[in-house]
Design a protein around this ligand. Structure first.
Ligand code: GLN
Length: 577
């Protein structure tokens, strides 16, 4: 335990997916505004050693840290809400902990002792929590324990937290994020599942200090009292958390129920300083509410058999990055998810893209729907529709350029056709060996790398505007890929007019490709993932430049549409941000 350090554990009751991550991030934001330094930690109970090998359409986006660690999307929420960069010690899975303990046992690290879940796994968990707090020199750790109360697999994390509370009763608090259903047939908010979840938590020897009552409606005082009576907490420690339009309203909403005073009281703390942190936040939230126009952006990719909920989870950082740059430009955006296979089946359909103010091709892997994506990129280039390609979206833009401008008709990526006569996107040499040995976990080119930007380019202009580049025009962005623009073709591609406006400092790896402004208003792709560094109060310069280009294209102001989600065809869900 770090001296005088405070711990807030956030656990889930009743069911998953009700917003523990947003609740934890919002608590963090509020505490920041009271002058505290907070460090969030995400605990994922699964046995995967990291999130790298997990399918994003099942588990949500893989969020990459500067260090290259592949983590859960909640880490993205923390970074965005708290405007901070997190590191390896802030994320842990059961797999990671067990791997460490087992390797230590193999190396005689336990000196012949019998190694057991308690105390060896729990000690390792506690060691990591302590280290994370020390690394960040923080006042308060907010530790979100994944899963729901009653799951077998998160029990050891809760047990570790319990022992901290026993040792330091005034410095540790438990927050349960619970769900209060309103069954259609009754039309009334029910508290019983929450009561049962608290009882289950009690059976671990843990009493919640606060309950965040998630539900379709705000919880009324009568039900707060009911929960208080049944669960032995004060009614004011039940915080109302109804569904709201934007996750960024949550910290402000929590404060309406005076969440910070409950935390201060429980943890025996006093506000350090009022630093106006929430004022800036309020400004940002207002920007969204007062947006003047709606932009229409198509996200083209290989989506099939997935609903819009899953897609939004798989690309959450892209969506949030679009939001930030739109809101600060007095706009809201309607994203349409377009299955590129539809263009392969019916090439005439591609003309629908004329109706969009911009096109994004996000990151991805594999062959499915790729030709349709390339058709969409060609359409964006020829019709001067602003285009932003993210990782795969940049690689495919290079392929499109090579096929249709240079005339290398079979230009391709080694990921799909290594036998093409023009493998313009090739496997990185260090990746080749790893793949041959079936080493898939944490082996891509991952994490933050610097890039140099060229003078007179859209990229440099954009970064300069946001003060993100030093004099040497160097940026740092996060990566997650195995393939790169092949060094064999760079000179020819550049001669044909595509500009590599960002490269690795040694000039070997192409980081950004763009068309000159004289040719196209905005056509740019990045080998890295700028979306991982977009923050509400600091939108990403490339997303902002893209959104500005979309605004310029859309000369008439389109009113904000009121519906949240509108399906225009079974395969094309529109999401209004
Ligand atoms: N599949 C491509 C690669 O591995 C792009 C990866 C991505 O978009 N994240 O290089």
């Amino acid at each position: 335990m770090v001296k005088k350090h405070k711990y807030i554990f956030v656990v889930g009751g009743v069911m998953s997916g009700v917003g523990k991550g947003i609740a934890s991030s919002s608590i963090g934001k509020i505490l920041q505004s009271k002058g505290f330094k907070v460090n969030p930690i995400k605990v994922d109970p699964y046995l995967n050693v990291d999130a790298g090998n997990m399918n994003p359409t099942e588990h949500g986006e893989v969020f990459v840290l500067d260090s290259g660690l592949e983590t859960d999307q909640d880490m993205g929420n923390y970074e965005r809400f708290l405007e901070t960069d997190l590191d390896d010690g802030d994320y842990m899975t059961s797999g990671m902990i067990y791997k460490h303990v087992i390797e230590k046992e193999r190396n005689l690290g336990y000196r012949g002792k019998c190694v057991e879940a308690i105390p060896h796994i729990t000690d390792e968990i506690l060691r990591r929590w302590k280290k994370s707090a020390e690394t960040h020199l923080s006042d308060i750790s907010i530790i979100e324990i994944g899963g729901t109360i009653g799951d077998y697999q998160n029990a050891l994390f809760i047990e570790s937290a319990r022992t901290l509370k026993i040792k330091y009763p005034q410095d540790v608090m438990f927050v349960m994020v619970s769900y209060l259903p309103i069954p259609g047939s009754l039309g009334e908010m029910k508290t019983k599942p929450t009561q049962n979840a608290v009882r289950q938590l009690n059976s671990y020897g843990v009493q919640p200090d606060m309950i965040i009552a998630r539900g379709a409606q705000p919880i009324d005082f009568k039900r707060k009292e009911k929960i208080a009576f049944a669960c032995a907490i004060q009614p004011e420690n039940v915080i109302s958390a109804p569904d709201i339009e934007s996750i960024y309203d949550v910290p402000l909403n929590f404060e309406k129920d005076r969440i910070s005073s409950v935390i201060m009281k429980t943890l025996h703390m006093r506000t350090k300083s009022h630093n106006g942190e929430l004022d800036e936040w309020r400004k940002f939230v207002c920007k969204r509410k007062n947006a003047k126009r709606e932009l229409k952006i198509a996200v083209v990719g290989k989506y099939f058999d997935t609903g819009d909920f899953v897609l939004s989870d798989a690309y959450v950082s892209v969506i949030e990055a679009v939001k930030f740059s739109s809101y600060w430009n007095d706009s809201r955006t309607c994203l349409s998810w377009i299955n590129s296979k539809e263009y392969e089946a019916d090439p005439k359909k591609i003309s629908e893209l004329k109706n969009y103010d911009g096109i994004i091709v996000p990151g991805g892997f594999g062959e499915s729907g790729i030709e349709g994506v390339i058709m969409a990129i060609e359409f964006a280039r020829k019709n001067k529709i602003p285009y932003l390609g993210l990782c795969y979206g940049m690689q495919l833009a290079v392929i499109e350029f090579c096929r249709n401008i240079i005339g290398w008709k079979d230009a391709h990526t080694a990921e799909i056709n290594p036998k093409s006569s023009h493998v313009v996107i090739d496997i990185m040499p260090e990746q080749k060996k790893l793949l041959e040995e079936n080493k898939y976990g944490a082996t891509m080119r991952l994490g933050a790398y610097p890039a140099f930007l060229k003078n007179g380019t859209i990229a440099l202009d954009a970064y300069k505007k946001s003060n993100l580049v030093a004099d040497e025009a160097t940026i740092s962005e996060r990566h997650r890929h195995r393939y790169e623009v092949s060094p064999d073709y760079i000179a020819e591609i550049e001669k044909a007019g595509l500009v590599f406006s960002g490269t690795s400092p040694d000039g070997r790896l192409m980081e950004i490709a763009e068309l000159p402004k004289s040719v196209h208003p905005f056509f740019l792709g990045t080998q890295f993932h700028p979306e991982f560094k977009a923050r509400p109060l600091h939108p990403h310069p490339l997303f902002t430049a893209f959104i500005e280009a979309c605004i310029n294209k859309n000369s008439q102001i389109r009113p904000i549409s009121s519906s949240k989600i509108l399906k225009i065809s079974p395969n094309v869900p529109n999401v209004h941000l």
